[in-house]
Design a protein around this ligand. Structure first.
Ligand code: NI
Length: 169
């Protein structure tokens, strides 16, 4: 947080199934696994493209994350369904050691493409919906602290949740 590249709008990917795109996704996956994240967006590794990855393995920080299939989502578009919002705790690999209570849409549909250019079209809710919203926010230059309604609900993970197994995310 503080790097201006995290505040820029990412550009759409124009060519799919290329070695460059595969290398980018591999780098993102290495970073996400290494840091036990639930997801990662390309701008977080200083690549200004509309690429996010999430889900697919058990993060000690986010036990629910293994319920989400590993997904590479490119040029995503989100459509909230029903308008219901829900508050939940979030962290971010770009805001290490912190947690904040963030309102997100409970249900949404997202569309986009995988790395080969195959379309993705899913309707999801709860944690899955939260992760997608968090990661896609990165593509618009939005970090979760900007969405916290009451900054009293923002702090250090080890103070807010003492004793919990927690990586420096
Ligand atoms: Ni993040």
């Amino acid at each position: 947080m503080g790097d201006p590249r995290l505040l820029e709008a990412a550009q759409p990917v124009r060519a799919f199934d290329t070695p460059e795109l595969r290398t980018l996704v591999d780098d993102m996956l290495d970073t996400m696994k290494h840091l036990n994240g639930a997801g990662l967006a390309a701008p977080q590794i200083a690549v200004g493209l509309q690429v996010v990855i999430f889900g697919g393995f058990k993060s000690p920080r986010y036990p629910e994350s293994d319920e989400i299939p590993f997904t590479v989502l490119i040029n995503p578009k989100l459509e909230p369904l029903g308008g219901e919002m829900e508050e939940g705790w979030e962290g971010c690999l770009s805001v290490p050691g912190m947690r904040g209570l963030v309102p997100r849409f409970k249900r949404l549909r997202y569309v986009g493409f995988d790395a080969k250019g195959q379309p993705i079209d899913r309707t999801v809710s709860d944690f899955h919906a939260r992760v997608v919203q968090h990661e896609c926010d990165h593509l618009a230059g939005v970090l979760y602290p900007m969405r916290i309604r009451d900054l009293r609900n923002f702090g250090f993970a080890d103070v807010l949740f003492p004793g919990q197994l927690d990586q420096d995310d």
